[in-house]
Design a protein around this ligand. Structure first.
Ligand code: TYD
Length: 137
């Protein structure tokens, strides 16, 4: 294992099938998903004028999919560097390590599916942007 800090990256899943029957994609723990999956959640019916997110996680690792629709995700590192990703295919996931502030926009039909490395723990959230940036100094 490298000592370099982990960074966000897109994970491309196989598409099994074809246009005649439709497609299937699969993500297995410790294979396509680089952790043991302890929680799955999804969000839906998010109005397209709404921005969600506005938090970071201390150590939670996630792979996020737009299984339907389009989701734009801005990830800000503690250094202040912002990277933007557009999830618009059900077989493409975004790996998000701990320590990234996120802002998310959804198309009206978007369904976000998240595979997470930990159970829900509100204590582990960083919801104060100034505190988040200070930890990077
Ligand atoms: P939050 O993570 O803030 O979602 P978003 O960034 O998409 O707006 O969660 C929204 C609410 O749902 C918040 O009150 C916490 C609750 N929640 C749970 O109870 N369990 C969970 O696994 C998650 C992800 C959220």
């Amino acid at each position: 294992m490298s000592d370099l800090p982990e960074t966000p990256r897109l994970i491309e899943l196989k598409k099994i099938g074809g246009p005649a029957l439709g497609y299937l994609s699969v993500a297995e723990a410790e294979k396509e998903v680089p952790f043991e999956i302890r929680r799955v959640y999804w969000t839906y019916h998010t109005p397209d004028e709404v921005e969600r997110g506005h938090h970071a996680h201390q150590r939670l690792r996630q792979v996020i999919f737009a299984v339907s629709g389009i989701i734009r995700i801005e990830l800000e590192a503690r250094s202040g560097v912002v990277e933007e990703f557009s999830l618009d295919r059900p077989n493409t996931g975004l790996y998000v390590p701990g320590g990234y502030w996120r802002r998310m926009h959804f198309s009206h039909n978007a369904v976000l599916l998240c595979l997470a490395s930990e159970e829900y723990d509100e204590e582990e959230y960083i919801r104060d942007y100034e505190a988040f940036r200070k930890e990077g100094e």
